[in-house]
Design a protein around this ligand. Structure first.
Ligand SMILES: [Zn+2]
Length: 111
């Protein structure tokens, strides 16, 4: 798939918010981004270890497996910025709020 730096994740979702893609490769990519959304929207500074996303790039055919760093900030227009500190893979995810993987709603809807 074309590598755009900003990925609008709703492009890959149906009206119920489920992933709809044309290829397994694309589905794997969207599932990976969804995991990053889960991790970065977790409503606490420390997320549980099962939310950690490992880098899936294979530079020089060796799995990178470094922990992905991701964050949301006002300076990022509410987009999620993610990157691998080792192989420098990374990108931006937009339109993630309100998706199935947006955990930030949990804290606000309870109040
Ligand atoms: Zn990496």
């Amino acid at each position: 798939m074309a590598e755009t730096r900003i990925t609008d994740i709703t492009r890959f979702l149906d009206e119920k918010g489920r992933i709809v893609t044309e290829s397994t490769q694309e589905k794997n990519h969207v599932t990976y981004l969804a995991a990053i959304v889960l991790m970065s929207s977790f409503p606490a500074p420390e997320y549980p270890s099962e939310y950690i996303v490992k880098c899936r790039r294979r530079p020089n055919r060796k799995p990178c497996m470094e922990e992905i760093i991701a964050y949301v900030g006002p300076e990022t227009d509410d987009n999620i910025i993610w990157m691998c500190p080792k192989c420098k893979d990374g990108g931006t995810i937009s339109n993630w709020r309100g998706t199935l993987w947006d955990l930030s709603d949990f804290s606000t809807s309870v109040i």
